[in-house]
Design a binder for this molecule. Sequence first.
Ligand code: UD2
Length: 311
Amino acid sequence: MSHAVVTGGAGFIGSALVRALLAEGEPRVAVIDTLLSGKESNLDEVSGRVDLHRVDIRDYAAVAPVVKGASRVFHLAAIPSVPKSIADPLPSHDVNINGTFEVFRACADGKVGRVVYAASSSAYGDTEVLPKAEAMRPDPLSPYAAQKLMGEHYARVFSSCFGLETVALRYFNVYGPRQDPSSPYSGIISIFMKCLIEGTSPTLFGDGNQSRDFTFVEDVAALCIKASRTPGVSGRMFNAGNGNRYTLNQVWETLQKIEGVSIPALYGPPRAGDVRDSQADTRAAVSELGHAPKFSLEEGLRRTLAWYRTS
Ligand code: UD2
């Protein structure tokens, strides 16, 4: 048996990856997801070609048979969000660190061909220099950032000690269709979309001039697939970003222009654990993995908005 598995495959990024894998020729894809934040409806269009396992990644005995013999496993399942990890650190610690360990352990035991791990740009913290390059010293500012960095360390150690091929991709702020805007911990672009459609003001934490490398979900999915195939990169970590950065004020401005409306943002206190500026140095991912992001911010925002309108 040689198949592909996506943990967190019912989530917004995971389901985009599942669709991309099916589009590039995988006959079927196995998904591991508790459906706590992921949604079965995210996989509606492809449900006939998806084997959904409602399994918790901390449950080795349940994960092991699903990943056994897989050619590639994409490990995206996690409890995301910087502020959530500060408000309640134990659940994200348990899932993001212990769950990740169990996924790697099951993959090593099951002789998986390669694991691609979803790491986070938050691991960099506030660097003196932008853009942020892989060789820079990590400086996590929140439990979530520390947890995701620990996953990278385990990815490397499983490669060096247990012969499991692993590649870690530090996702920069990923956005796109299906991102759930319903929680206070939701990604800012999904919150912007909801506000734009409802005609309400978003609240920006701080002055709104913090910047992010907003990366369209399909570009990230494409890079994950490249990382699963490129020979000679096991044990490595690469940035998964677009290479640009925009402030929250600029993005909200752009969205108002696209929509032809004027809805001034509100401003609140800065958020604990927040990184000020974030931008990926994409050179290593471009030259070694063939990363080729296709979506400008405006194009990505237009596509995202179109989805929110019709869903
Ligand atoms: C972090 C990581 C990102 C990913 C993500 C997963 C960084 C730079 N990025 O994203 O790579 O791992 O975590 O959760 O660490 N904000 C508002 N108003 C709101 C909501 C958010 O102003 O209602 C601000 C927030 O304070 C931050 C920015 O928007 O400055 C982006 O926040 P986010 O939660 O969308 O993502 P972020 O940057 O924590």
